[in-house]
Design a protein around this ligand. Sequence first.
Ligand code: HEC
Length: 166
Amino acid sequence: MKNTKTLWVIILVLTVVLAGIALKFIVLGSTSPANDGRTEVLLDAGERKLVLAEMRQLLSATQQITEGLADNHMNQIAAAASEVGMQATTTMDVRLKAKLPLAFKQLGFATHQAFDDIAAIASDAKQVAATGGLTEVKTDIQRKLAETMNLCVACHSNYQLPPSGK
Ligand code: HEC
């Protein structure tokens, strides 16, 4: 009887520890309050470099998409958007993922997913173009891009990546 009780106590303690680990690595990440009201995400120098490089790719894709809209180049839009789609997240290191707070990861994944959506609309547009409905498709892409950029805005107004990697 006594042993069963001890076993339950051990199980309980382990469960609490595991829940704590899950909370830390899945939900909280590695953060500290920034002096401008945002939240600092604390990464080491290499990880920060990687995330910022990914950011510049997002900016470049956004540029390509707006240019494609102006020039009616649906192929350019599809190519640029799919480059920063969900496939771009598959290389992300688990250790880096563990340092990102849950809301940051959700905003990040939603952004990559949105670019896949843009790529899909642009790919469909190739057929639509033949039937003269390109204007509508372009409006769809513009609206989706505006929504997507709300995610850039939301994340940037909430998070910062301090250089020190403290
Ligand atoms: C999940 C959060 C998140 C999303 C979504 C996000 N960013 Fe960022 N981005 C950041 C953070 C954090 C920084 C660092 C800002 C800082 O330290 O002040 C950053 C920095 C950048 C930089 C500067 C890169 C450099 O080399 O310094 C660019 C450009 C950028 N983002 C573009 C974008 C664009 C365009 C989008 C949307 C298509 C986007 N980001 C979406 C979090 C995000």
